[in-house]
Design a protein around this ligand. Structure first.
Ligand code: SF4
Length: 94
């Protein structure tokens, strides 16, 4: 396993981590009780992400190259959308 991103992946930067962390914190601070999807929806979203050509691994975590989100967290949140350039693979729930 290489320590550096391969040429197909965008380089992972500190900014990417800050951006991802801020988006999660913003979501949690603005959300109410029903911020999370149920297990069936999360499973469907993760199946799409696991088969997606935009998925990469960052620090051992599944990360989306399109939005820089950590998809285990992103797929749990109701208001998140997949932003795949060829068309969304899953949509927000509400
Ligand atoms: S583009 Fe969509 S399906 Fe692909 S990893 Fe990102 S969130 Fe998941």
């Amino acid at each position: 396993m290489s320590c550096c991103p391969d040429k197909k992946n965008k380089p992972f930067t500190e900014y990417s981590l800050v951006k991802a962390t801020r988006s999660v914190i913003k979501h949690f601070t603005n959300s109410t009780y029903d911020a999370f999807v149920d297990e069936e929806v999360k499973k469907m979203r993760m199946e799409a992400c696991n088969g997606c050509d935009q998925l990469r691994e960052v620090f051992g975590l599944k990360n989306c190259k399109v939005c820089d989100c950590f998809v285990d967290a992103k797929s749990s949140l109701v208001e998140m959308d997949c932003e795949h350039p060829d068309g969304s693979k899953w949509r927000r729930e509400k």
